[in-house]
Design a protein around this ligand. Sequence first.
Ligand code: AHR
Length: 503
Amino acid sequence: MKVAVTAHARYVVSEIDPRLYGSFIEHLGRAVYTGIYEPGHATADENGMRRDVIDLVKALNMPIVRYPGGNFVSAYNWEDGIGPKQDRPTRLDLAWHTSESNQVGIHEFADWCDAANTEMMLAVNLGSRGLDEARNFLEYANHPGGSYWSDLRIKNGRKEPFDVKLWCLGNEMDGPWQIGHKTADEYGRLAHETAKALRSFDKSLELVVCGSSNAKMPTYPEWEATVLDHTYNEVDYISLHMYFDNHANDTANYLAMSEKLDDYIMSVAGVIDYIKAKKRSTKQVYISFDEWNVWYHSKEQDKKILEGNDGWPSAPPLLEDIYNFEDVLQVGLILNTFIRRSNVVKIACLAQLVNVIAPIMTVPNGPAWRQTTYYPFLFACVYGRGKALDLKVASPTYKSDVAGDVAYADIAGVHDEACGHVTFFAVNRHANETAELDIGLEGFGSASLVDHQVMTHADLRAVNSAEKPDNVVPKPGSGAAVREGRLSLTLPPYSYQMIRIKI
Ligand code: AHR
């Protein structure tokens, strides 16, 4: 199959906000305990944080990590996680039916972020609590000193403020499963008043209001319109979430789901514009896609704990999806969609980072290892920087049930002027045909190949494990060439590729 692409240096979608490559750590399952934090581990640092995990996270060069939830945040008391560790209470976590020891709180997580070279994106509890808790948390985190909460932070060992700029106003408040679930009007009012209070402290904060938990919610997209009607002038982003599954065991449809993601983004962008026009506002609200991933492999095995049949275990294995090669293609497609829509999606968080639906897994007292999906995320995080190119792609298509006509070849491109590189990320959705890609490079000047990595596997269900961590890994590609302003390469059936050229 032939695929023709044109990339022009001046045809640009947007400057990519680096926070498009964020992630998420929730107090859920083994994300925190035996994930990032395991004091007895051979690699533990002076704070009990696993250095082997920190190294894998650092390699991603990820600018932000959302914390501490997720569903967990909607019944969380942030004050439980401060002060001497021996005095911190163990609480029942109602979201995941587990016990929370609070041995990790904002201080420990902030130190971990420093070590992992990333920054916190914090969520406040607007489920069981509200405005008062949020303003106290902000004062504790960001005020230099001389007030009740900031002095308490200093007493607890942190002189300098954490200086967190990005705050989520609750989590998935449209979801009936959420502790303290609200109607759009109830939540919109609360979010507005909370945003107003937080802004009274610091006008430069960036605030994220909850949109829909997914596009199948009965309240979508009315939820977005109502919530933004209440909050448009007080917030900067509306949050969206989406998880992908292949329960149906239908690869063609599974790989078409990124088109649904695209529809979801564009529909919410339309709602934002509608409210902007209604309010005669000159301000632009953007999308924070702060939870996305594949999530289905572990659903069955988690039921017992989530239904409460195991009591209140502490940090049990939960949501431990083991990702296969097919999921590599899906993650590549999702990231390509975000790059192409980087004019409206400014923040996105892979949910999550360690052990819980995560690219990084750990064995307690044992090694940390990379899942198959670590690699497309790594390539996008590290090389998907600069300007998103407005590519013109002519690819054969197939008919899918979930999204109509879908191109076999899915491509995104970025131009990083700082290092003079153009990078393409490409997925071939075809089961048995190779795609011959011919990319016209216009307005860039002369070009040469820098790096070419390919992921492909004879078995879509192939996975990595602690014992076989390198079963599905990228390999150097061959046969790509840049000649007379054209880049040619072949995409094997069911493959993911990253190719970089110097211009
Ligand atoms: O990421 C797992 C869960 O998915 C989060 O806690 C919640 O926000 C979403 O439903």
